[in-house]
Write a protein that binds this ligand. Structure first.
Ligand code: KG4
Ligand code: ZN
Length: 368
């Protein structure tokens, strides 16, 4: 089916607030190459509402997908006829946006006579390490962003075990809501990390929820509430929050979030070894929160102690992007897993159908 030994896939992502299209090329024996990537973030459209408005997101995706596609083709100096397949996020995510992407992809595939491949967005995040780094199965992925938080055993491009995840907010969501409470700019993660640099991370004793519970589920909503209470106490006592107090709050919050993630990373590594009878070939971090240097360092420390290689892909491929969708499409192409025009957009699409759903799941819906 391929036009030669290489596979060139167009990847379309529209499941949340990033409209993104990319072209990725796979050649046997070579590191996969992202030939072009376009990402159009919608944050300015949603800013005034204090969160993502699904209807606005879906319309913006519809408006932008064709220009993004023309732009990547131009950047890669290719036409549709040079490609081998059209890959698209078919879920999980905000359903209006997913429908926009799937409908657009069907039109492109029909018009160009290229095979259509529906990609699971979570699988794409988990497989990204294989696009940017040589990684053999089975490995462990911690996906941490504004909408996701899960530990995944990756056994094959289509075989995942979910070891655990958040029972309420995603970590990025907790950073964003906390930053809002403190009057810091959005997205909250980078603002809190910056403010935390000069702070004392042991000043406030914030909780590490579920620390003493078995398994690797996580919780972040209590942490967010503890910070709010601490802030109220400071205001009641001192009238306002000085920059020193602000830095201490941020540093203590970040430390608690990072410790929760690294503690459960240890549990996930142990669970992986128990279930598979071997260590993972690698521990990979993915999602926007992977940008946080303290979190990276803490998780890396756990991996170093266990002698397991740690790897976080470059940030542009950690956050939502079309390249990871194109790559996941290539993985499916190589397994001959194609879709027909009956491909459905799905708001929920669990990667691991054998593990029971985790309740809650954050502002962008329970994606587990
Ligand atoms: O993967 P992403 O771009 O989008 C989705 O959520 O799908 O992740 C964005 C999230 C935001 O919540 C943002 O605050 C968080 O990642 N983030 C960070 C940092 N940079 C981005 N969180 C903590 N520390 C950071 N440096
Ligand atoms: Zn994502």
């Amino acid at each position: 089916m391929s036009k030669g030994p290489s596979i060139k896939a167009l990847g379309i992502e529209s499941s949340c607030d990033d409209t993104s299209v990319a072209i990725v090329r796979y050649k046997p024996g070579e590191t996969p190459k992202v030939l072009a990537l376009v990402v159009q973030n919608q944050s300015t459209l949603h800013e005034q509402y204090g969160g993502i408005v699904p209807e606005i997101a879906a319309r913006a995706h519809s408006d932008r997908l064709d220009s993004c596609t023309l732009e990547v083709l131009k950047k890669a100096q290719l036409t549709l006829t040079d490609l081998d397949c059209i890959a698209v996020t078919a879920g999980p995510g905000l359903i209006g946006g997913v429908i926009s992407g799937v409908s657009f992809a069907k039109g492109l595939a029909a018009g160009s006579n290229l095979p259509l491949i529906g990609v699971n967005h979570l699988a794409a995040h988990a497989l990204t390490a294989r696009m940017t780094h040589k990684v053999a199965f089975p490995y462990l992925c911690l996906l941490v962003s504004g909408g996701h938080c899960q530990f995944l055993t990756v056994k094959a491009p289509d075989k995942f075990i979910r070891l655990g995840g958040t029972i309420d907010d995603a970590p990025g969501e907790a950073f964003d809501k906390t930053a809002r409470q403190l009057g810091l700019a959005q997205p909250g993660g980078p603002s809190i990390e910056k403010m935390a640099v000069s702070g004392n991370s042991t000043k406030y004793a914030f909780p590490r929820p579920l620390k003493n519970q078995q398994g690797c589920n996580l919780s972040f909503s209590g942490l967010k509430t503890s910070l709010l209470r601490a802030k109220e106490k400071i205001i009641a006592k001192e009238g306002s929050i000085s920059s020193t107090r602000m830095a201490d709050l941020c540093a203590s919050f970040q430390r608690a979030a990072s410790e929760s993630l690294s503690l459960k990373s240890q549990v996930a590594l142990d669970t992986f070894a128990k279930q598979l009878g071997q260590k993972p070939t690698l521990f990979t971090l993915s999602g926007g929160v992977a940008a946080n240097q303290v979190i990276r360092k803490d998780v890396q420390k756990i991996c170093d102690e266990e002698n397991i290689p740690f790897y976080a892909p470059p940030l542009e491929y950690c956050t939502d992007n079309g390249a990871m969708i194109a790559w996941a499409g290539i993985e499916k192409y190589r397994l001959n897993q194609f879709d027909g025009f009956d491909l459905q957009a799905r708001s929920r699409w669990p990667l691991d159908t054998t593990s029971s759903p985790i309740l809650g799941g954050g502002k962008r819906g329970a994606k587990s």
